[in-house]
Ligand binder design. Sequence first.
Ligand SMILES: [Zn+2]
Length: 259
Amino acid sequence: MSVTIPFPTNSPQRIAAVNAASHERIEPQSHGVFECTLTTVTPLCLKTHFAHVRREMTRKPPQAYLPGSSIRGAVRAMTEALGGGCARYFATPPSPPGAVRICNENGMCPCCRIFGFAAEHDTFAWASKVHFEDSDIAPVVWRRYPVPPFGGDPAAPGQGNGWLTFRHLTAPAPGAGEECVETGVVFPFRVRHHNLTPAEMALFYHALTLGGLHHILGFGKRCGLGACHIVVTNPPSPVPNAAAHICAPAWKVIQLERA
Ligand SMILES: [Zn+2]
């Protein structure tokens, strides 16, 4: 089931590239590696990647790994939705309002500062300050689940006016469909980070862990597939408080999900 987080009416805090915490040197007080685990809470379907894995990794018992890019994509999408982001990857009309106008060199939102971007029709690019490695290889169980190409539930109200997110649902019954990694598989992975400001770290860390809520990855999001739980096994101390960096509409949805 999908839930739309409306675009905020206030702009995220933007900083010009010349004033942002940059890449010239690694600041010793601000770099490290988060040791993480991703656990599948419902079956996970990464169609093309899993087809590749099943072709190439033929050992018994079966094994698989997750691409860092898939985990990164999910965390970036949550960072945008939580209020740090512009509408860089928002293609659906109507065009998004001014508060989430797409960043450039002269004004970069927290999400673009953390994850990097290349400006179109421009020579400016900003490198990412977070790097997701592919997960370790883990033993898995494969099972087929039905994966509708679209739908599975009615479209959320307000689509086109905000970020599309998905609610954790009960998984469908196994049957004809796509090969999925079963529930309960634990994939260790690492995220390197450098030169995040305290505000960027607070937002990023919350988008990574979602305070215990679930990320929804891969195909079949609307019908209950792809719920995953990410835990950082070496959390920063103290864990940064993201409350001040999350936009009001996202905060409201988080409270509803927790209730
Ligand atoms: Zn941006």
